[in-house]
Ligand binder design. Structure first.
Ligand code: ADP
Length: 478
């Protein structure tokens, strides 16, 4: 039986379906998920529109209770959902368990945020007048999500959208519809009114495009690649829709000569290679001061040798497979590019065979690279990182900032002064000191600068910017 789409509170079957394949074992079909037809997407948008007036007028307590219920069910089913996540995406069970917990906490957090939607009341400059500034729902939001965080990214878009009184039509990535379907099922059974949340699975070029272009969708929140994000921005902005984009990264991790070597290796290993490097916050550029360069490279190479690359759900696996064949091809292409540019492959970059057929790749570490090489300018989105040797802190900072992206930047140092300077001068939306560039909290803003992001921040109470619109009311005192 295929998994249907959720449209106007009903499960509606399609005419063809996506096969959800386990990247750790390509013989394992996780499930089949119906693609929504153009007419069904149309129905979903119409249902959201119809539901939006009443939903916007629910009390904050009603919305808080429903969101809390979703959060509680996610926690109650944490192990089962983590298994599904690891099976469809290929991150380890430990990482998947963390991600499911994060999704649960996000719903619980926004259940509480409903109760403190900010407003202001100011005196007018005119006598006898008050000014009241309130936030209202935007209306119907189109959510387009990527494959690398199959439950956390849907959660961090859905929960604030609902908390602030919006209706949703969501299109998950075709590679990982399982977690989104499970989330839709939880939301549906929690008792949200029909049409408030709709799930439509399908191709980006069909279902995604329709959401972007349909005038009944007031806002689009997208996470994915740079070219897709730019295309969405052009189309959505042309029709005046509100847009929020989270796109790529080419995040630097600066390792200074005074760093604690163990910390540096641990932070680089996690940030660059865990979750198969498939995180937009992954540190793919390791910018290392000359004095510690050789020791750091030796330490990281030794740590890479100890990694267990295998089935994501197998006990002991530290790095799971790449998500699919096309991503694997892209990773291998960049390994070749780095070699041809003169990078020295210190470790990995090889296709691996395991007991089951899967997309296994050993994590690749390059040295002797310069920041102008393609390997350091373009996002690979896989377990591939390169070291750039620099002579001092000033050069490290300037190389770190010499990129079209600006999502996250990290530094490993024991110098308070340099850490403070880096925090101030790194051109990134997020800065990490002695911590991996990847791995963020759920209750604080997430987002970047330059080519990485567009629009206001996601997560935490900053999410209110995107999911509400401001009204200024002038009232004559009676
Ligand atoms: P990735 O390379 O990681 O798959 P994409 O940017 O292609 O990144 O995909 C991210 C999300 O955007 C997915 O849900 C995908 O289906 C969707 N998508 C892809 N192309 C389009 C498009 N032209 N319009 C709207 N959504 C799209």
């Amino acid at each position: 039986m295929t998994h249907a789409n959720l449209i106007a509170g009903e499960w509606v079957h399609g005419t063809d379906a996506v096969r959800n394949i386990n990247p750790s074992d390509t013989n394992d079909v996780v499930g089949e998920y119906d693609r929504a037809s153009a007419a069904q997407v149309d129905d979903a948008i119409e249902a959201a529109r119809k539901a939006s007036h009443a939903w916007a007028r629910t009390t904050v307590q009603q919305r808080a209770d429903l969101l809390e219920k979703v959060g509680l069910e996610i926690f109650a089913r944490r192990a089962e959902l983590a298994d599904l996540l690891a099976r469809e995406e290929g991150k380890t069970l430990a990482d998947a368990t963390g991600e499911v917990g994060r999704a649960g906490y996000i719903f619980k957090f926004f259940a509480q945020e409903c109760l403190r939607i900010p407003s202001e009341r100011l005196g007018s400059v005119r006598p006898g007048v008050d000014v009241e500034i309130t936030r209202e729902p935007v209306g119907v939001i189109g959510l387009i999500t990527p494959w690398n965080f199959p439950i956390a990214i849907p959660a961090w878009k859905i929960a604030p959208a609902l908390a602030y009184g919006n209706c949703i039509v969501m299109k998950p990535a075709e590679l990982v519809p399982g977690c989104s379907w499970a989330l839709a099922d939880i939301i549906h059974r929690a008792g949200f009114p029909a049409g408030v949340f709709n799930l439509v699975v399908g191709r980006g070029s069909v279902v995604g495009e329709k959401l972007v272009n349909d005038p009944r969708i007031d806002a689009i929140s997208f996470t994915g690649s740079v070219p897709t994000g730019r295309g969405i921005l052009a189309k959505a902005a042309a029709r005046g829709a509100k847009v929020q984009l989270e796109m790529g990264g080419k995040n630097p991790l600066v390792v200074l000569a005074d760093a604690d070597l163990d910390v540096a290796v641990r932070v680089a290993l996690d940030g660059a290679f865990f979750q198969t490097g498939q995180r937009c916050t992954a540190s793919s550029r390791l910018i290392v001061e000359d004095a510690i360069h050789d020791k750091f490279v030796d330490g990281l190479t030794a740590a890479l040798k100890q990694q267990v690359i295998d089935d994501a759900r197998k006990q002991g696996t530290t790095i799971g497979p790449v998500v699919d064949q096309s991503q694997l091809d892209q990773d291998m292409k960049y390994v070749d590019i780095a070699k041809s540019e003169g990078g020295k492959l210190m470790f990995g970059g090889e296709r691996l065979n395991r007991e089951k057929p899967g997309f296994y790749l050993s994590p690749a570490l390059f040295t002797e690279t310069t920041n102008s090489m393609r390997i350091n300018r373009e996002e690979v989105f896989g377990p591939v990182a390169s070291v750039v040797r620099v002579k001092d802190y000033d050069e490290a900072l300037s190389v770190a900032n010499d990129t079209a992206f600006g999502l996250c930047a990290g530094v490993v140092t024991t110098s308070l002064k340099k850490a403070a300077n880096f925090r101030r001068n790194a051109e990134a939306g997020m800065v990490m000191v002695n911590l991996p560039t990847a791995g963020v909290d759920y209750h604080v803003p997430f987002g970047g600068r330059k080519g990485s992001s567009y629009g206001s921040r996601e997560q935490g109470r900053h999410a209110v910017e995107f999911y509400t619109q401001v009204k200024t009311a002038y009232v004559m005192q009676s």
